[in-house]
Design a protein around this ligand. Structure first.
Ligand code: AMP
Length: 217
């Protein structure tokens, strides 16, 4: 089962993807987390991606697709994946289709988590991310049990450098211009599902679980 989760920044993709991957025993593949890991480890890829991440721009397709293809080759991806933040452009979606078809597989469903711009802006200000495992919390909608501490691994929470007002605005613009065309792409493929992302995480998760069940039935 290969599931694409997409939507604007702050839609809750990361939170939902972690929960769904656990519930459905699928690999969770988040290109944003992979870029941030590379940045922290000061790899060549991390250094090439850094300026894009900081500004809220997309990392060029060639780099992103290469990273994703290597990840798809890892054994845990063979049984299925929740893609979180990939694809974000039409060429990425086409590359993913080609790669999965070559393995005799395909994207089962592309779930669009819909959230309006005003709510995105409200949400990203209060977002906290684990400095170690990447788990995402929110002051209002999904607070950690202990302030500033990750509930999953106990490490410190931090605010992402691209959650500044200028970067947030840019990420939204980039999303509307470059990623939103995926709605028509997956609609044409007959695999688009829309989920209202402006509700409690539990309600969004319940909808997504129903979608997964329908696909695997
Ligand atoms: P995210 O954690 O998904 O919000 O991603 C954080 C940043 O990583 C994005 O703003 C981009 O700079 C980069 N990034 C993540 N996924 C992709 C992708 N599929 N294509 C291009 N850039 C990406």
């Amino acid at each position: 089962m290969y599931i694409v989760l997409f939507g604007p920044p702050g839609a809750g993709k990361g939170t939902q993807a972690v929960r769904l991957a656990q519930a459905a025993r699928l690999a969770h593949v988040a290109t944003g987390d992979m870029f941030r890991d590379n940045l922290r480890a000061r790899t060549a890829l991390g250094q090439r991606a850094e300026s894009y991440l900081t500004k809220g721009e997309l990392v060029p397709d060639e780099l992103t697709i290469g990273l994703l293809m290597d990840r798809l080759d890892q054994p845990d991806a063979a049984a299925g994946v929740i893609f979180d933040g990939f694809p974000r452009t039409i060429p990425q979606a086409q590359a993913l289709d080609r790669a999965l078809h070559a393995r005799g597989k395909g994207v089962g469903v592309a779930a669009l988590i819909e959230v309006a711009n005003a709510e995105v802006l409200r949400r990203l200000g209060g977002r906290w991310t684990c400095s170690d495992c990447g788990m995402v919390f929110h002051e209002r909608t999904n607070p950690p049990e202990r302030d500033g501490i990750c509930q999953r691994c106990g490490k410190l929470l931090m605010q992402r450098s691209d959650d500044t007002p200028a970067a947030i605005e840019n990420r939204l613009r980039v999303y509307r211009q470059q990623t939103e065309p995926l709605v028509a792409f997956y609609e044409a493929a007959g695999i688009l599902t829309r989920v209202d992302g402006e509700r409690e995480p539990e309600a969004v998760q319940a909808d997504l679980l129903r979608v997964l069940e329908a696909v695997s039935a």
